[in-house]
Ligand binder design. Structure first.
Ligand SMILES: [Zn+2]
Ligand SMILES: [Zn+2]
Ligand SMILES: [Zn+2]
Length: 114
């Protein structure tokens, strides 16, 4: 893994975002599975990581040019700048809020017998 030291000008341009979904938006639409989730720190897009079949987080960067993502996995505090191809240590206030409570509630809802 490359060095996580330092920052880049893209980080100073981002603000805290609210993740738009509890899972990869494109995979949910396709009915596909993903491995890990990444959140776009420009618009809150949630996409799957590059180990996933579709790598929607990278596709989102290719489509929009939004440069910085953060991990949406529990206890991970790193970000990644696609432009500089560099890991970033994100200040806590920029980490996306994990909506685990809501995700659990939704999962329960979908498991409810008909
Ligand atoms: Zn950058
Ligand atoms: Zn995906
Ligand atoms: Zn975005």
């Amino acid at each position: 893994m490359p060095s996580r030291s330092g920052s880049c000008e893209h980080v100073s341009a981002i603000q805290q975002v609210t993740p738009r979904a509890a899972g990869c938006e494109e995979c949910l639409a396709l009915g596909e599975q993903w491995n890990e989730l990444r959140v776009c720190l420009s618009c809150g897009h949630v996409g799957c990581c590059e180990d996933s079949t579709h790598a929607h987080a990278r596709q989102h960067f290719n489509a929009t040019g939004h440069p910085v993502i953060a991990s949406f996995e529990r206890a991970e505090t790193w970000g990644w700048c696609y432009v500089h191809r560099r890991y970033l240590e994100l200040p806590p206030q920029l980490l996306p809020k994990r909506r685990s409570g809501l995700a659990i509630a939704l999962a329960r809802l979908f498991r409810r017998p008909r």
